[in-house]
Design a protein around this ligand. Structure first.
Ligand code: SAH
Length: 402
């Protein structure tokens, strides 16, 4: 039986108490009255107000966003194996339809505070589960969460990623494999009928970003037929694969990382796409833009999916500062009536600001545009209505007009 210390108190400044009572899930640094005597990572704490009245129960765990996450506002609710099992079962129920869909075998089954436990996510890859721990604190609760998961699902194997430090960087100090059988390298999963090669134990990333599922599907089904596609920041070429299967005339994938060449080739191959008709360029995107402008290249569709922050040898890119510049580069090499798929996962600005970047970029180059589609996170990336800032994904399909 797992035993848990459920006694520590943490005093919350009066002005923050009501927000927590109303369901705000993140334990913030500034709300804690006395930062000198904080508990150990992973401790379950009672948040109390300055008059010692109960507010909520949380776990203490420092990560980039704050100092822990609220687990319940009910004083009578114990934080024990039953608690974690209930949360995981609820999360599975919410995604019931995903499990029965044979065309898509990779999706998120637990999305942090959206499913009631911040700092934790669980992804599903055709029978294998990948747990990501976002703080030492949540990792201290590993035994409960693992037990709860094992009690709730049939699994082939369970893996983990640790992303503890302030920037969520991947920590490679122990094996990613936890239990069950080891996954093939790679596992082939499906997304809307398309194959993806997934490596569960090969560094920080597994080969696909699941949150873009609906965007890939839309690109394939509505924007690719007979088109030329430029996919920038292409990683394993997921957008190129979908575009190609949607009937694209040609795809060009550009990424700085050397691994993107073999990785993208592999994704094409497992989907029986003729590689000779695709171009894979290992280069800095900003170099490539210069080259494309010089050679008067024009594309029907340009996909922009940069990281929120990146430093290469020559340039530092920050989505909040440089997205307008990026858009202007793209506009210059997009055909009239062509489409730019502008995406960002930056949590530093919202949809309105992002739209503002688009308006500014087109205005500065004196082109008109029309917004065709907009996407935020898909259903399996469940968002807590009291924590909309976690809805980081913003994707806009923009048609370039005269
Ligand atoms: N669009 C991808 C995910 C992008 S991840 C997908 O849908 O799967 C971000 C990628 O940007 C990484 O592969 C990284 O190597 C690449 N990258 C970062 N800075 C870059 C730059 N200046 N030029 C080209 N690629 C860059």
């Amino acid at each position: 039986m797992l035993i848990m210390n459920d006694n520590a108190n943490l005093i919350i400044k009066t002005k923050y108490a009501q927000e927590y009572k109303d369901g705000y899930p993140l334990l913030t640094r500034e709300s804690i009255l006395d930062l000198q005597s904080t508990p150990n990572e992973g401790t379950i704490v009672n948040l109390i107000d300055e008059k010692k009245q109960f507010i909520a129960k949380a776990y203490y765990g420092i990560q980039n966003r704050g100092y822990g996450w609220i687990l319940t506002t009910k004083k009578s609710e114990s934080i024990d194996l039953t608690f974690f099992t209930t949360k995981i079962k609820e999360a599975l129920k919410y995604r019931e339809n995903f499990f029965t869909n044979k065309e898509t075998t990779a999706f998120r089954v637990f999305n942090g505070e959206g499913d009631g436990i911040g700092g934790l996510s669980i992804d599903y890859f055709d029978g294998y589960y990948m747990i990501t721990w976002y703080s030492v604190g949540i990792y201290e609760l590993k035994n409960y969460i693992l037990e709860a998961l094992k009690n709730s699902v049939e699994y082939k194997g369970i893996y983990q990623k640790k992303r503890f430090d302030a920037k969520g960087k991947y920590l490679d100090d122990e094996a990613d494999f936890i239990c069950g059988e080891e996954a093939p390298k790679p596992i082939l999963v499906k997304e809307n009928g398309v194959n993806f090669a997934i490596y569960l134990d090969d560094g920080a990333m597994v080969g696909v970003f699941l949150d873009q599922r609906c965007v890939r599907q839309t690109l394939r089904d509505k924007y690719s037929k007979d088109k030329t596609i430029l996919n920038t920041f292409s990683y394993t070429g997921a957008f190129s694969v979908f575009a190609s299967l949607g009937g694209a005339k040609k795809t060009t994938s550009v990424d700085l990382a050397k691994r993107s060449l073999p990785k993208t080739t592999e994704q094409f191959k497992i989907n029986s796409i003729n590689i000779d008709e695709q171009e894979i360029v290992v280069d800095d995107v900003f170099n490539y833009f210069k080259y494309a402008v010089r050679n008067k290249f024009l594309f029907d569709v340009v996909v922009l999916d940069p990281p929120s922050f990146a430093r290469s040898k020559k340039i530092t890119f920050s989505a909040s500062k440089d997205y307008v510049k990026l858009l202007k580069e793209a506009i210059q090499i997009t055909n009239e009536n062509g489409v730019i798929v502008a995406s960002t996962n930056s949590a530093n600005f919202g949809m309105m600001t992002f739209r503002g970047f688009i308006t500014q970029a087109f205005k500065e180059l004196k082109f008109k545009f029309k917004i065709e589609e907009r996407f935020s996170l898909p259903k399996d990336f469940r968002v807590n209505s009291n924590f909309e800032e976690a809805n980081y994904l913003k994707v806009i399909f923009i048609r370039k007009l005269k």
